[in-house]
Design a binder for this molecule. Structure first.
Ligand SMILES: Nc1ncnc2c1ncn2[C@@H]1O[C@H](COP(=O)(O)OP(=O)(O)OP(=O)(O)O)[C@@H](O)[C@H]1O
Ligand SMILES: [Mg+2]
Length: 224
């Protein structure tokens, strides 16, 4: 198992569709690199060869059914490999790891969204992640209509299909369950979560994310 001190370098960006996770993660990666830190940026589902195969399966919208239980296990199988093959070795080598979605997404989507028992999800999450928890989670929050509109605009701009597109097909009610699930998680773990209002322009949000990372990474010692 990775040492506790190194696991403190595990940071996740999470939130509903189109909230800006990937945009902000790339900006944060570049900024931290420019500050001279070793950084690995990675994303779920994916990040390892098996994850990419599973992502293809999850993409498959119409030709076969994927029930909630199978969906949970497919995401979890992808995570298990991602953690073992990519995230833990990077942490072990002393890198900061920025991960686009992690276990909170499973709680929000499969738990609050699909209605799978939260205790079961917690057990499966602990197993698939080998007990690894983010030290910091930046939650990008915005109305689901805004996030979905951004995601649709992106799709119409010719970007490739993504696994999450299965979720984009869900109704507004589902996405509100997911959004409220994330907010509930943040409320339950205020020490780990930072909520960012994701409605404004990208550079404003980038500024806020930098401040959060600045405090978390560079000024940690000062506040203790
Ligand atoms: N603050 C912003 N204001 C307006 N548009 C934005 C903003 N941030 C990102 N976008 C655009 O909205 C779309 C969705 O952003 P992005 O892909 O970063 O979101 P995401 O949270 O990673 O979405 P998904 O959950 O679907 O992966 C992109 O086309 C992106 O360029
Ligand atoms: Mg994304």
């Amino acid at each position: 198992m990775v040492q506790a001190e190194k696991a403190n370098r595990f940071i996740t960006f999470d939130g509903i569709e189109g909230c800006g996770k990937t945009t902000q993660l790339r900006l944060a990666e570049a900024w931290l690199r420019a500050r001279g830190l070793p950084v690995l940026a990675t994303a779920e589902p994916g990040g390892a060869a098996l994850g990419l195969k599973i992502r293809e399966i999850l993409l498959n919208r119409n030709s076969f059914r994927i029930g909630p239980e199978a969906e949970l296990l497919l995401f979890s199988a992808a995570r298990a490999q991602h953690v073992a093959e990519t995230i833990l070795p990077a942490l072990q080598s002393g890198s900061w790891v920025l991960c686009d979605r992690f276990t909170d997404a499973t709680v929000a989507y499969q738990g609050f969204g699909r209605g799978i028992d939260l205790q079961i999800i917690q057990t499966i999450n602990a197993f698939s992640s080998q007990g690894l928890k983010p030290a910091l989670t930046v939650l990008f929050d915005l109305p689901v209509e805004t996030g979905l509109a951004r995601a649709r605009k992106r799709a119409s701009n010719g970007h490739p299909e993504k696994a999450e597109d299965r979720f984009e097909q869900e109704d507004i009610h589902f996405h509100n369950l997911v959004r409220n699930g994330y907010l509930r998680l943040a409320k339950e773990s205020p020490g780990r979560f930072r909520i960012v209002d994701a409605v404004g322009p990208p550079d404003e949000i980038e500024h806020e994310v930098r401040q959060i990372l600045e405090t978390f990474i560079f000024r940690k010692g000062e506040s203790q």
